[in-house]
Design a protein around this ligand. Structure first.
Ligand code: FEO
Length: 166
């Protein structure tokens, strides 16, 4: 069974993942409004992944006999000046989430909760991918600037599909 401290910290992470989903949906909406449907689709899938992360944590808490009390989700930003600004923001956000996952791992060690420590390793690996995929888009956007390459990149971004990795 989860102890109260670990239960509370995992619940906070559920909120952070739901906020991430909200943030990426907001980013998707910005791209939609600019006619960049490939980027919008990429961000929409990212938002789905974040909901999946939240549900993975949610299911784990109940599997361990805990209880989730859902809190309010903060309002995400909605205005950006460019695709690059959005992806730099996404990268910064993922780095912050990685820090939160690391803190959770530290707490699981302090609480001698090996099951939760083991569970969290999935998120540790996932965060490496999350940062790398945002960084890859930042790099491409810097490379192409604001020119016609955006059209090609938009098409490429639209090819992403949602995969719920267990
Ligand atoms: Fe759920 Fe993008 O971290």
């Amino acid at each position: 069974m989860l102890n109260e401290k670990m239960n509370g910290e995992l619940s906070k992470q559920i909120n952070a993942e739901m906020f991430s989903s909200y943030l990426y949906l907001s980013m998707s909406g910005w791209f939609e409004s600019k006619g960049l449907s490939g980027f919008a689709s990429w961000m929409r899938i990212q938002a789905k992944e974040e909901t999946f992360h939240a549900e993975k944590l949610y299911d784990y808490v109940y599997e361990r006999g805990g209880r989730v009390v859902l809190g309010a989700i903060d309002q995400p930003e909605s205005e950006w000046s460019s695709a690059l600004e959005i992806f730099e923001g996404a990268l910064k956000h993922e780095e912050m989430i990685s820090g939160m996952i690391n803190d959770l791992v530290n707490i699981s060690i302090e609480e001698k909760d090996h099951a939760t420590n083991n569970f969290l390793q999935w998120f540790v690996a996932e965060q490496v991918e999350e940062e790398a995929s945002a960084q890859a888009v930042v790099d491409k956007l810097k490379l192409i600037g604001d020119g016609s390459g955006m059209f090609v990149l938009d098409q490429e971004m639209g090819k992403r599909t949602f995969v719920a990795e267990e």
